[in-house]
Ligand binder design. Structure first.
Ligand code: SF4
Length: 468
């Protein structure tokens, strides 16, 4: 543990950086002060609050240097694969090859936020007919056209079928612009019929065995395409070794999530946890370093929990968060309003659940892919959320809608109704665009009201107990 934990501004990080450096902090080759990223155009960093540990610094620097890492991989002769939509399955396979680096071009989702709209990516998407009726993933289209962010991949792989309309439409537009895509199909996950052979997927949902077999056959095609690109065969042994490494990431995250969501006081801010969780999807273009970054963060958090230290007041309202936020600053806002995150469902629980290691590796990946919350009904999603709300002891649920997202218009309402009926906890829905500055007072008022509702319910419960 490096210091008394607290949330600090970017300016304060400059001071903290010098202090840690003088104290002998060891940094990776991509290390350095956080504020240098503002010079690259990441203006939003000036408005965020950060955890003050060396482990958090490493996490942020790792995240903010991904584009450099991809360019270095290309210079070193590696093939670059852009994987889209499946969130966590194809990269597990891609990182089994020695000469492949994979990333999600969908991650451009956050560029308009991080660069505070100065990048012009949304305008480029507008000019191509992909306007604000689509979710912020349309920034990806702008990033391909400008070529100013990530290297154009040697191969693009995208799942279609039971996925959102936004990404399917944008990926088709991309294909039409001369970026050929290898498509693979994800069926809509359904409940097994009575007496139909079924499989329990990671996360506990049952699916028909024939659907798992279908996804497996699709992943066979993906594997063959990757083998051709890499010029290397991917046998079961190599794939199993890759799954073991992916499970190390998931194991670290499982412990991190448990400690972050249950320890009193909260040992690590929500923003750093959001970034840490995202690493499960794509390893930020370096799987080995992901394991090291998460290992250091976990060590920091364990140290804080053992010492009874945290970054927030012990009585912070315990909020379960649904959907990723387009504006990262909103994770800070929840904490500024007196809340803390106790459980998350950022649309990729299937990238956090352990990959089975007692079945053939491709079948294991197929089971994970089919467990994608987007591939099934909103009811499945809501039931998983209810189970996790109970598990982490959250006192309220906050659903952050994504503007334009084709799965959100009614999904938020379905989740909200099921959670309210099942758990009797307050639910708040907010919409979070890439930059929330103009609506920050409204968001603050609504989140403060949720926090106050949680506190009032606590007081009422304590009153009932003391009356007994
Ligand atoms: S609609 Fe939802 S799932 Fe689809 S790309 Fe946008 S945020 Fe992601």
């Amino acid at each position: 543990m490096t210091d008394a934990p607290e949330r600090i501004t970017l300016e304060e990080w400059d001071v903290q950086y010098e202090k840690l450096r003088r104290a002998g902090m060891r940094q990776p080759q991509y290390g350095g002060p956080l504020s240098r990223h503002v010079e690259d155009g990441d203006h939003r960093l000036r408005k965020l609050r950060y955890d003050n540990s060396a482990a958090a610094l490493r996490l942020w620097n790792f995240l903010l240097t991904e584009e450099d890492r991809l360019r270095e991989a290309r210079s070193a002769g590696k093939k670059i694969v852009g994987t889209m939509k499946d969130l966590g399955t194809v990269p597990v396979m891609a990182y089994c090859f020695d000469n492949v680096a994979a990333f999600y071009p969908d991650g451009a989702w956050w560029i308009p936020c991080v660069m505070e709209l100065s990048d012009g990516l949304l305008e480029v998407a507008d000019s191509l007919g992909i306007d604000e009726s689509f979710c912020p993933v349309r920034a990806m289209l702008g990033a391909f056209v400008t070529g100013a962010h990530f290297p154009i991949p040697d191969m693009l792989i995208c799942s279609v079928g039971a996925t959102c309309d936004d990404l399917s439409a944008i990926a088709q537009r991309l294909n039409g612009l001369g970026h050929p895509i290898f498509w693979w199909e994800m069926p809509h996950r359904r409940c097994p019929e009575q007496d139909e052979p079924a499989v329990i997927l990671p996360g506990g949902i049952a699916a028909p065995k024939c659907q798992v077999e279908f996804v497996k056959s699709e992943l066979e095609r993906v594997k063959a395409a990757l083998e051709e690109l890499a010029g290397e065969r991917l046998d079961e042994e190599k794939l199993s070794a890759g799954i073991s490494q992916a499970n190390r990431v998931r194991q670290y995250l499982a412990e991190l999530r448990y400690l972050a969501f249950t320890a009193e006081p909260c040992p690590i801010p929500a923003l750093e946890m959001l970034i840490a969780e995202m690493l499960a999807i794509h390893f930020c273009s370096d799987r080995r370093e992901t394991i090291a970054v998460l290992g250091e963060l976990l060590e920091e958090v364990r140290g804080r929990v053992n010492a009874g230290l945290g970054v927030l007041d012990a009585d912070a309202a315990r909020i379960f968060w649904v959907n990723p936020v387009a504006d990262l600053q909103v994770m800070n806002l929840l904490e500024d309003c007196g809340g803390r995150v106790c459980g998350t469902e950022y649309l990729f629980t299937h990238a956090l659940d352990m990959i089975p290691q007692d079945v053939p590796p491709l079948e294991a990946l197929a089971r994970c892919a089919l467990a994608d919350p987007m591939a099934g009904s909103s009811i499945d999603r809501a039931e998983r959320i209810c189970a996790d709300v109970r598990r982490f002891g959250a006192e309220a649920v906050l659903i952050s809608r994504i503007p334009g997202a084709s799965h959100c218009a009614l999904e938020g309402q379905v989740i909200s109704e099921i959670v309210a009926e099942t758990l009797d906890v307050p639910v708040l829905e907010i919409e979070v665009p890439p930059v929330t500055d103009s609506m920050s007072p409204t968001l603050r008022t609504r989140i403060e009201a949720l926090v106050e509702t949680v506190r009032a319910r606590r007081r009422a419960t304590q009153g009932i107990r003391s009356d007994r």
